[in-house]
Design a protein around this ligand. Structure first.
Ligand SMILES: *Cc1c(COP(=O)(O)O)cnc(C)c1O
Length: 377
C-alpha cells in the first residue's frame, strides 16, 4: 500500500455496485423502481435544462426551491395539531448516502465514540463509519420477525460509547417496520444520543416518525428520491431534523453538493408525484402475489415485507443438488444468487439471506420461472 495512506484503509473494500454481467438481466438487487420516468416528465425536465438552467453557473447551494417543495410534500403526513415543518428542518444531500456521512462527521468523527446498528441492516452505516475510523457496535435481530434485541441494544447504550443509533423503517434487507416497542425504546434514549430513522421506503409503507423528528432535538429522518420516486440516477436525498442539527449538517457538507439538473429532477418529480406514486399500488400487489406464488418453493422461507422487496432464506439445502448438499448455508445462498444470474435474474446476497426487489409483473414472472428451474434441477 502507498506509504502516505491511512493504514486502516488496507482492510476496507470499495463498494461494489451492480456486478458487470455478460447476460441481459432483470435488475432486482438494489430496490430501485422498475419504472423509468415517463417520457412526458423527461421532456419537462429536458425543457427545464434548455430554458432555465444556466450551466455556467453553480447550482443553488441553499436548495431553496426544492426545500419549499419538500415542505409541502413531507407535510402532507402531518395532522393539524402537529408541530409545523419549515425549510429550516430540512437538509438536502447527494443521495441519502451523503447525509449518512455528514451525520457521522457532525457527531462521531474524532470523538472515539461510535454508532449502533441492528443487523442485518443497510450496510452503508457501518461502511461509512469505518472509512472515518468510527467504531461500530452491532446488536442482533430475532429471526422470527427481525425485531431488534432491545435488551442488548440498551446494554450497548449503557456502556456510554454510542452517539448515534441507526434504524431503517422499514428495515433493509428484511422488510420489517419498526414495532411500537422499538419506537418507544428509541424515544427513551437520552438527548446525548442521536436517533436516525432511515425512511428510504416510506412511500411503500406510509408510516413515518415525522412527529418525533419535529418534537425531539435528537431525532433525524432520512428519505431518498432513489426508490419510489424513480430518480436513483439523480442522487437526491434529504434529512428532516431539528434546525440545530440541520445547521450542523450544512456546516460540514460541500457547498454545491447537488447539481442543478438533479435539483430540477426532484422538483419535477414532486410536482408530478401523484402520477409517479400511483405505480406503487401495482408494486405492492406484485409483492403480495410473489408472497403467495412462491409458496410453491418450500426451499425458500419468506418474511412479510412493508417495502418494495422481499427477504428470503433457504430452508433446506438438500434441494440444491449434490454440489451443495454438503456446503454451508451461506454457500447455498451464494449458489442460488449465482445460478439465477445466467438465467437473467440479478438479486442481492446480503445479511445471511437473499433480497429480491419487486419488479414489473413480467420481471417477477421470469424470477418465478427461474427459481422453478433451479429448484426442479
Ligand atoms: C436505498 C437506500 C438509501 C438510498 O440512498 P441514496 O443515497 O439516497 O440513493 C438509503 N437508505 C437505505 C436503507 C436504502 O435502502
Amino acid at each position: 500500500m502507498l506509504p502516505f495512506l491511512r493504514p486502516e484503509l488496507a482492510a476496507l473494500k470499495a463498494y461494489k455496485p451492480h456486478p458487470p454481467s455478460p447476460h441481459p438481466v432483470d435488475i432486482l438487487d438494489t430496490n430501485e423502481s422498475p419504472l423509468d420516468l415517463p417520457d412526458e416528465l423527461k421532456a419537462k425536465l429536458a425543457a427545464e435544462y434548455q430554458q432555465a438552467i444556466a450551466v455556467n453557473r453553480y447550482p443553488d447551494g441553499s436548495h431553496q426551491a426544492l426545500k419549499q417543495a419538500l415542505v409541502t410534500y413531507v407535510g402532507e403526513a402531518l395532522a393539524d395539531d402537529d408541530a409545523v415543518l419549515t425549510p429550516d428542518h430540512l437538509s438536502v444531500g447527494n443521495g441519502s448516502d451523503e447525509l449518512i456521512r455528514l451525520l457521522l462527521i457532525a457527531t462521531c468523527l474524532g470523538t472515539g465514540q461510535g454508532i449502533l446498528t441492528a443487523t442485518p441492516t443497510f450496510s452503508m452505516y457501518g461502511l461509512l463509519a469505518q472509512t472515518l475510523g468510527i467504531p461500530v457496535v452491532t446488536v442482533a435481530r430475532r429471526e422470527s420477525d427481525f425485531s431488534v434485541d432491545l435488551g442488548a441494544a440498551q446494554q450497548a447504550i449503557d456502556q456510554g460509547t454510542i452517539r448515534v443509533v441507526f434504524m431503517v423503517h422499514p428495515n433493509s434487507p428484511t422488510g420489517n417496520a419498526l414495532t411500537a416497542a422499538e419506537r418507544q425504546w428509541l424515544r427513551t434514549l437520552p438527548e446525548s444520543v442521536l436517533v436516525v430513522v432511515d425512511e428510504a421506503y416510506f412511500e411503500f409503507c406510509q408510516h413515518t416518525t415525522l412527529a418525533d423528528a419535529l418534537t425531539r432535538p435528537n431525532w433525524v429522518i432520512l428519505r431518498t428520491f432513489s426508490k419510489a420516486f424513480r430518480l436513483a440516477a439523480h442522487r437526491v436525498g434529504y434529512a428532516i431534523a431539528h434546525p440545530g442539527m440541520v445547521e450542523a449538517l450544512e456546516k460540514v457538507r460541500l457547498p454545491y453538493n447537488l447539481p442543478s439538473f438533479s435539483q430540477a429532477a426532484a422538483q419535477v418529480a414532486l410536482a408530478n408525484r401523484q402520477g409517479l406514486l400511483d405505480a406503487i399500488v401495482t408494486l405492492l400487489t406484485e409483492r403480495e402475489r410473489i408472497q403467495s406464488d412462491w409458496q410453491d418453493f418450500p426451499a425458500l422461507r419468506l418474511w412479510p415485507s412493508k417495502a418494495n422487496f422481499i427477504y428470503a432464506r433457504l430452508t433446506d439445502q438438500d434441494r440444491f443438488g449434490p454440489d451443495l448438499a454438503a456446503a454451508d448455508w451461506a454457500a447455498g445462498h451464494r449458489a442460488l444468487h449465482q445460478r439465477l444470474l445466467p438465467l437473467g435474474t440479478l438479486i442481492r446476497h446480503t445479511g445471511g439471506g437473499l433480497r429480491f426487489t419487486v419488479g414489473t409483473p413480467e420481471e417477477n414472472q421470469r424470477t418465478y420461472r427461474n427459481l422453478a428451474k433451479i429448484f426442479a434441477s
